[in-house]
Design a protein around this ligand. Structure first.
Ligand code: GLY
Length: 393
């Protein structure tokens, strides 16, 4: 009996050491990769924001682009994982490079952009001036609220490819990720308007975005005055009726985070239903990193989307913390293990300095297919932070 107990103890210790090793090993790798990305992104006073690695080239984004906050956010996570002020200094530089975007009103993604950069900076360093940036950005996002429909409009329809789709007031599932900015602004300012807008948007999303199997449409087009649904479409998925993998991941993460921000059970219930759709899906591969669309016609040869896998991992650690259901920890750990394997994680010195390979940005547009994306890296590092913190407890 004593021997048995000893071996059980040994197994637990080994398992725990293994868990920590995977975080440590990823941090070691990320120091090399992000260190090299820093070298190309900071030249004198000029800051460039790395967004992807495609066809052998590092691409950079404008400040106004939806992915502009992720690199700063990854640097903040490196600070959190290492405690090394080197990363905080660079994170601060990249964050403050985004100062002007607090006034951005031309699309909904300001929640991602400010949350990843200023949000993490405030959380980790308590920098007082960042509070004002967050509240100002929330005001900018609130200009996109359409009270008649009870939603925040995601995209404008007056130019580019969007003007050709015949939409009036498109809302995409991704928009759930922007609500955190509003909840935070209410906490910082005491103004409950932001909170109410976020709750209204989340409730309308539950009402209108989901199919009976709890997969989500990508785009719902509304009449902004009456709230009538004009179209149910996709922009980045395989088909209007298909389940675009990153969209499902945004829904899972977005409702989990909205539950954390409100404590309203209906949001947790929604997140759990989305999780059921994802983890019971017959097209979800054994390593849990999804194909870019659960209904892609060429499965099992379809491209994977590591970014969706990283978002799912991060959301599942939160769901474990909330529900204490080991199912979610197992799924998150499996995703981290898969993404840390040579199948997805780039060798140091390759992949332009990005951590993960094999993500898909916009398959139908032929843009960024099977590439490295800065948001895949951001959510992967976030998952590592959450894993580390959970296991420390
Ligand atoms: N929010 C845009 C995307 O997920 O590609």
């Amino acid at each position: 009996m004593k021997t048995l107990r000893f071996f059980a103890f040994l197994a637990a210790v080994t398992l725990l050491a293994g868990c920590h090793d995977i975080v440590r090993d990823n941090v070691k790798n990320a120091k090399i990769q992000l260190g090299s990305l820093l070298e190309v992104s900071e030249q004198g006073d000029t800051i460039r924001i790395p967004s992807s690695f495609e066809k052998g080239e590092i691409r950079f984004t404008r400040r106004e682009g939806w992915v502009s906050g992720f690199f700063a956010g990854s640097l903040w996570y490196m600070y959190e994982l290492t405690g090394d002020e080197f990363w905080a200094d660079h994170a601060r530089r990249h964050t403050e490079n985004l100062d002007e975007i607090k006034y951005l009103t031309q699309h909904h993604d300001i929640g991602f952009m400010i949350g990843d950069s200023y949000g993490n900076g405030l959380r980790l360093k308590g920098i007082e001036e960042y509070k004002d940036v967050i509240v100002t950005a929330a005001k900018s996002l609130s200009t996109r609220f359409r009270p008649g429909a009870g939603i925040i409009q995601s995209w404008n329809t007056d130019r580019g490819w969007i003007s050709k789709r015949g939409w009036t007031c498109p809302v995409i599932i991704d928009n759930m990720m922007n609500l955190d900015l509003l909840f935070q602004a209410t906490r910082l300012s005491g103004d409950s308007t932001f909170f109410k807008i976020a709750v209204s948007h989340a409730d309308k999303t539950i009402e209108n975005h989901f199919r009976p199997n709890y997969s989500t449409f990508h785009v719902i087009d509304y009449d902004p005055e009456t709230g009538e649904i004009l179209h149910r479409n996709t922009a980045q998925g395989y088909a209007d009726g298909s389940a675009w993998a990153r969209g499902q991941a945004w829904g899972l993460y977005g409702f989990t985070e909205t539950y954390r921000n409100t404590g309203y059970e209906r949001y947790l219930k929604q997140a759990l239903l989305i999780a059921e759709f994802i983890f019971n899906n017959l097209h979800l591969p054994e390593d849990l990193v999804p194909y870019w669309d659960y209904d892609a016609p060429d499965i099992p040869d379809a491209c994977r989307d590591a970014s969706a896998g990283a978002i799912m991992a991060s959301a599942c650690y939160d769901l474990f913390e909330i529900t204490q259901n080991p199912f979610f920890k197992e799924k998150a750990d499996k995703l981290v293990e898969s993404l840390s394997s040579p199948a997805y994680r780039a060798e140091p010195g390759t992949n332009g300095g990005f951590l993960l390979m094999h993500s898909v940005s916009n398959f139908p547009a032929g843009g960024g297919v099977d590439v490295a994306l800065n948001y895949a890296d951001y959510y992967f590092l976030e998952a590592l932070v959450k894993k580390h913190n959970l296991e420390k407890k």
